[in-house]
Write a protein that binds this ligand. Structure first.
Ligand code: IPE
Ligand code: IPE
Ligand code: MG
Length: 242
């Protein structure tokens, strides 16, 4: 059977345009194999690349990955610094690949909370890939859905937006995700059944897919299974078929 044959046989409209992933379980993956949590994060970062290319090959247009939440600062100093180092290394290494594969890279989240060098790197990669259109890869870093809404509302108040001008579109357009369609499919690996402050506004009508597989183990066949599951669902958006 050819690669992704089962997914590629689907009618194109059954393939999600935007997949968002809460990549959870790096720590448990490491513990399970008697490695350091840092090694789990390293393996998790490598897997982002694998899953990105798989999404591209399946005809998905947008992938958004939750890499660091506004709550993840509560972890040990060592783990936080390692995660920040990993993000830096990853973006640095990834810039060339993204350009070669024509992937537009974006970062959502509160950049003002990041170190200056990471912030500069983010802006640099975003700028270097801003005209690329083969695929859209977005990293959520220092991201929280509530924090994003607070920043958006502050921006609107700052701009003197009037009561009548407040609409759903206005709010959507003020979020970090203004340029992205809402996720069609939200995947969470690692077995927890919660959203952990990810894309709260944007997930209003997303389909959810939870799996016990730990993120570093979540491979191409697992992504295929998630897409096939999604393809079998009926999305009603509150309406009914006649
Ligand atoms: C997800 O893995 C990665 C981040 C939150 C940065 P975890 O580190 O949360 O892994 P578990 O949940 O402890 O296994
Ligand atoms: C969610 O995972 C955040 C990311 C994947 C970046 P967590 O491991 O931080 O979530 P909780 O604490 O289990 O809700
Ligand atoms: Mg976790």
């Amino acid at each position: 059977m050819g690669k992704f044959e089962r997914v590629l046989a689907l009618p194109p409209e059954r393939i999600p345009e935007h997949v968002a992933i809460i990549l959870d379980g790096n720590g448990r993956w490491a513990e399970r194999s008697h490695r350091l949590r840092a090694q789990g994060h390293h393996a998790g970062a490598d897997n982002v690349e694998t899953i990105t290319y798989a999404c591209m090959d399946m005809g998905i247009r947008y992938l958004t990955v939750y890499a660091f939440s506004t709550e993840n600062w509560k972890r040990s100093k060592d783990e936080v610094s390692y995660l920040m180092l990993l993000l830096k290394q990853y973006l640095l290494k990834y810039k060339k690949t993204a350009i070669a594969k024509k992937i537009r890279v974006r970062v959502i989240g509160d950049l003002s909370g990041l170190s200056e060098d990471l912030r500069e790197l983010v802006l640099d990669v975003e700028e270097a890939t801003k005209d690329l259109t083969a695929f859209n890869l977005t990293f959520a870093i220092n991201y929280g859905g509530r924090d994003e809404l607070v920043r958006a509302v502050r921006g609107l108040v700052h701009d003197g937006v009037s009561e009548e001008e407040i609409t759903e579109n206005k709010i959507s357009g003020s979020l970090d995700t203004a340029e992205l369609p809402d996720p069609d499919l939200l995947i969470r690996t690692g077995g927890e059944l919660r959203i952990s402050n990810f894309l709260l506004w944007q997930c209003a009508y997303s389909e959810f897919y939870f799996t016990d597989i730990l993120w570093p183990d979540f491979g191409e066949p697992d992504l295929e299974n998630a897409i096939l599951d999604y393809a079998g669902r009926e999305r009603r958006f509150g309406g009914r078929k006649k």
